[in-house]
Write a protein of this length. Structure first.
Ligand SMILES: [Cu+2]
Length: 465
């Protein structure tokens, strides 16, 4: 650094000293995300590295981590050979920043840049991912964590993020190129054969007895849902889809549907020197996802006894007595018996629809494009009550952009403690009632986050004006 630049810098710092405190406090880091091709070893040293697409060449991409009240300021510089965009999953943001190419912005072409700027209204655990040919681009690795830190977070020894994913790899560890395959579109989506945590297969992490860990689980899979057990450990759930819930301890497996998030407090109650396996049992087979290895020396003799409750969400409460009430039935896919549906406004037999690559419908309408008539068209401020009926043989994580919905009941049973979600996982034949205030103007996607299902018609628009 020469004397001249040093002087310039000291002038700048002198100026910062005079800024009003509120302004100085909100100065947030800026980020550049360059989606590009890279290589990464996923399955271990005995296998070749895998060609991936990653933000800044990594999977997960560079963590975007800011404090609540600060702005997200990210410049995307597209170094791929194809167009892309970034969606900020779960954030209530202005429509123009939502990142859905073809709906809220044009795709970012190769060599072009796009700057995303918004201030997230809610703290919590979110993620970002491509929203162009998502089933291919996310499947190749274009995603990363987005963490908005609470002003007053619970005291923990470590705050860890696990982006859980699964990859469909061939024997030489290369990615299987069959993106959007017909069977995946009509069945459970692109389920992979290599489940990973933060891009590593069968990883091992070191922990200490008595340690308290906040674990942010983010499911970045195309299609795989997870149901995680932590061996002898008993997690406490403190947030779902980024929003605080009343903390509860549970021995039941923690379900994280595709695109969903769950925040846990995990007290490391295992013996020094012991080893605990985290397993997934969502589908028929149970397998080991990752292993926790306890150090020989404890961190402390007994777990912390400090509070773990997060501040209550500040999302507007829907007014159920004046809500617009709507039932939405998902139908189609294999083994559903769907006979016909509307494609481009015309009734057609399922065979004819399938010939064009579509197999799903919401309220008999195939969501084949982004500029369709909206499923919901309402005024800003209107409360909406949605009853979602999964009349299919497969689970569907249904993601609403730009809003959070309060989950009120499941299969007609009212929840004792309703909670906020943006990606509720509906099991086969399940019904959920949710409500939200349509307070964010714009055209928003509402779609299944099994990315192959969305590509095959399981999507719709919510218009708020
Ligand atoms: Cu689905």
């Amino acid at each position: 650094m020469n004397r001249r630049t040093f002087l310039q810098l000291s002038t700048i710092s002198a100026c910062i000293g005079k800024l009003p405190i509120a302004l100085a406090k909100s100065a947030a880091p800026t980020f550049t995300l360059t989606p590009k091709k890279a290589q990464m070893n996923i399955v271990g040293a005995e296998f070749p590295a895998t060609d991936i697409w990653g933000f800044n060449g990594e999977v997960p991409g560079t963590p975007i981590r800011i404090r609540h009240g600060q702005a997200v300021d990210v410049t995307v510089s597209n170094a791929l050979e194809v167009p892309t965009s970034i969606h900020w999953h779960g954030i209530r943001l202005p429509n123009a920043m939502d990142g859905v190419a073809g709906l809220t912005q044009p795709a970012i072409k190769p060599t072009e840049q796009f700057r995303y700027q918004f201030t997230p209204p809610d703290a919590g655990t979110y993620w970002y991912h491509s929203h162009v040919n998502a089933y291919e681009q996310i499947g190749r690795g274009l995603y990363g964590p987005l963490i908005i830190e609470e002003t007053d977070p619970p005291k923990v020894d470590r705050d860890l993020t696990w982006m859980i994913d699964d990859w469909r790899l061939l024997d030489d560890a290369s990615i299987s190129e069959d993106f959007g395959a017909g069977h995946d579109r009509s069945h459970a989506g692109r389920i992979g054969n290599v489940p990973t945590v933060n891009g590593r297969f069968r990883d091992v992490i070191g922990v200490q007895s008595g340690e308290r860990i906040r674990l942010r689980l983010i499911n970045a899979s195309n299609a795989r849902n997870f149901s995680l057990s932590f061996g002898e450990l008993t997690p406490s759930v403190i947030a779902i889809d980024g929003q605080a819930v009343k903390p509860y301890q549970t021995k039941k497996p923690i379900v994280v549907g595709a695109s969903g998030r769950v925040d846990l407090i995990l007290d490391m109650t295992g013996e020094p020197g012991s080893s605990h396996t985290v397993t997934d049992s969502f589908y028929r087979q149970t397998y080991n996802l990752i292993r926790l290895e306890f150090a020989d020396k404890p961190l402390r003799e007994s777990p912390l006894d400090t509070p773990i409750t997060l501040a209550k969400p500040t999302i507007p409460e829907p007014d159920l007595s004046n809500a617009l009430k709507l039932e939405v039935t998902m139908a189609g896919g294999a083994m559903s018996g769907l006979q016909r549906a509307k494609l481009n406004g015309e009734w057609m037999g399922l065979r004819e629809i399938a010939q064009q690559g579509y197999v799903w419908a919401m309220n008999d309408i195939v969501g084949n494009k982004l500029d369709m008539p909206p499923l919901i068209d309402t005024n800003k401020g209107q409360s909406v009550q949605l009853t979602l009926v999964n009349n299919t043989a497969f689970p569907h994580p249904m993601h609403l952009h730009g809003h959070h919905m309060k989950l009120l009941s499941v299969d007609g049973q009212a929840l004792a403690e309703p909670y906020w979600v943006d990606s509720p996982l509906l099991m086969p034949r399940q019904t959920m009632t949710l409500a939200f205030v349509a307070d964010n103007p714009g055209d928003w996607l509402f779609h299944c986050h099994v990315l192959e299902h969305h590509a095959a018609g399981l999507g719709a628009l919510v218009r708020v004006t």
